[in-house]
Ligand binder design. Sequence first.
Ligand SMILES: C[S@@+](CC[C@H](N)C(=O)[O-])C[C@H]1O[C@@H](n2cnc3c(N)ncnc32)[C@H](O)[C@@H]1O
Length: 270
Amino acid sequence: MSLQDSAVYPAPPEYKTFKKKMQDLTGIDLDAYKYQIHRRIHMLMQRWGVKTYDEYYKTVANNPDKLREFLDYLTINVTEFFRNANRWWELKDKIIPQIYKDIGHQRIKLWSAACSTGEEPYSLAILALETKVASPQPVLAIDIDNGVLAKAQAGVYAKRQIASAPKEWVTKYFTEVDENTVKVKQEVKDKVKFKHMDLIKDKFETGFDIILCRNVVIYFGPETKAALYKKFMESLRPGGYLMTGATEQIFDYKNMGFESAGPFLYKRPQ
Ligand SMILES: C[S@@+](CC[C@H](N)C(=O)[O-])C[C@H]1O[C@@H](n2cnc3c(N)ncnc32)[C@H](O)[C@@H]1O
């Protein structure tokens, strides 16, 4: 528990036991997250009328719907296709052509690190198709939450999720299910490989050309964040890019060995 945490909610010893039991149940290490997580846990306790950590643990452990609610509330899965659209057009018009110049079309390796319900990796796959990536490697899409990964694999979305996609791409890459719902076409699905992974604990593959890690580190403490960026640096090929979320500037990127390549875009030097 960080100082920030204890300043906001003095934690009783039961919180430690609770964290350990929750880690055994969900695989999530609550200590790696910032104080907001402790606050969010308390907010759910209040919402459910639960008084003790033990009762809270039992509620979650014995009821799959409550476990789902806990994970949704804790990890915040909000996402959309081409979120912060300008960043995507920069990838399409500048970064991917640059990578082609550097290494050609054949072996481009893309990763959506914390993909939530799949909108981000499918957006990357659509960019790959539009820019005629010839690599047989699918986009790697990982998340810690199996529930969102199952939704991602189904590839069915409310139409509002694709509001930022150009109109011609909607007809090209989606089929209409009903007036409010669309499904990602198989051609796009074939370009994405989903996998369960914990960014904090698990080992990363190497040789990536672009890693997207957006809107996930906001909940991590500073040490967890720095260690994660270091792991990303090592998993990029020299000349590869890391894109962060639209509020997630890396202030000490130089100390970490990155070059700035634009807003919220960092490059591993060649
Ligand atoms: C707000 S979503 C971001 C989705 C997408 N990257 C975007 O920007 O739209 C945050 C995701 O991070 C995932 N997450 C949280 N902690 C994680 C961890 N330690 N390892 C992998 N994924 C994690 C959550 O499950 C959630 O799906």
